[in-house]
Design a binder for this molecule. Structure first.
Ligand SMILES: Cc1cc2nc3c(=O)[nH]c(=O)nc-3n(C[C@H](O)[C@H](O)[C@H](O)COP(=O)(O)OP(=O)(O)OC[C@H]3O[C@@H](n4cnc5c(N)ncnc54)[C@H](O)[C@@H]3O)c2cc1C
Length: 282
């Protein structure tokens, strides 16, 4: 991975080899990163805001005696200072943060918020590999032990294979309306039904339908978001869709900024009209 990063970005890269870290362990991550970062003395530490990143970043910040700024979706510079933006109020507003904790600044970045900056240069960066071996005493002190790994059940192969995904969000209002969403999906030959997390959390639909940072990552030819606001966590799972259609009654809904076609309508009303038209044509 370190070599690939150096080749593709042209950036000098450090890889760390740790035998004990075949499986994720936040205690060991923090221990190794602290050791390495103390040597490197960085100004910024950027960590992905994934389940792992969110797990170890606060502990690492504490060890480095700095603050963790989490879930950042934009960074701007003002009067030689960096200002970090993170979504708040259910992703309807952005909060701007100016750190006062000094350096290093430790930031977790929301996946999908930044474009990869692939260098045009043909010259790869250098690669330095560090091997960290634990003294048995250090390893024993570690509070987390890996016992076994289990395959996550309910991975939705239908979602992964579908060329068209019709996803329902809280805007469908009640679970009974899922029937219309499923009927809508049946109008297309290779379609599957997805959902935003609240629908899964409320028990309206199974987890295997969830799209997003804690659900499936999909890249269909067409993604139709029905009553979905477009939170960064949802976008992270569907941002690679070729073509996005969004149906939302709020013209300011963030999903419209990511859609190729924006339909400003009551979602179930729109689907019912669509179904009637299809019935009348067939
Ligand atoms: C750690 C973490 C992980 C998460 N992981 C995920 C994830 O994997 N996937 C995910 O989806 N979310 C995830 N979330 C939740 C995420 O932050 C949002 O809360 C969620 O995506 C919002 O779902 P929604 O768009 O369905 O609901 P809302 O944000 O409530 O949006 C509903 C939308 O429907 C529209 N609407 C309302 N009524 C109608 C109507 N009658 N007709 C048309 N439109 C209407 C509204 O204008 C609004 O835009 C995660 C959150 C956290 C903190």
């Amino acid at each position: 991975l370190a070599r690939k990063l150096a080749e593709e970005t042209g950036i000098d890269t450090i890889g760390v080899k740790i035998a004990e870290l075949e499986t994720y362990n936040s205690d060991l991550y923090i221990y190794c990163l602290k050791k390495l970062l103390k040597q490197l003395n960085p100004v910024h530490i950027l960590i992905a805001h994934t389940s792992q990143g969110r797990d170890f970043a606060p502990g690492l910040a504490l060890e480095l005696r700095t603050a963790a700024i989490s879930g950042v979706n934009d960074i701007r510079s003002e009067k030689n200072e960096l200002i970090y933006s993170r979504p708040t109020f259910n992703n309807n507003k952005n909060m701007l943060l100016r750190p006062t904790a000094g350096l290093p600044q430790l930031i977790t970045l929301l996946p999908g918020s930044f474009k990869a900056n692939i260098a045009k240069t043909k010259k790869p960066g250098t690669v330095e590999i560090h091997e960290i071996n634990f003294a048995p005493a250090t390893y024993k002190k570690n509070r987390i032990r890996h016992r076994q790994s289990r395959q996550r059940s309910g991975e939705n192969q239908a979602l992964k294979k579908a060329k068209i995904i019709i996803s329902a969000g809280r805007g469908i209002k009640k679970p009974e309306n899922l029937e219309s969403v499923f009927k809508f999906a049946q109008c297309f030959a290779t379609a599957a039904v997805g959902a935003s997390r609240p629908l899964v959390d409320m028990g309206w639909i199974g987890y295997q339908h969830q799209v997003g940072i804690t659900g499936a990552t999909v890249a269909p030819e067409i993604y139709i978001a029905c009553g979905i606001s477009g939170s960064s966590q949802h976008l992270a799972g569907m941002k690679n869709s070729d073509f996005v259609v969004a149906i939302n009654k709020n013209p300011q809904a963030p999903i419209f900024r990511h859609a190729d076609i924006c339909i400003n309508a009551e979602v179930i009303e729109f689907i019912e009209i669509f179904l009637t038209k299809i019935e009348n044509t067939v």
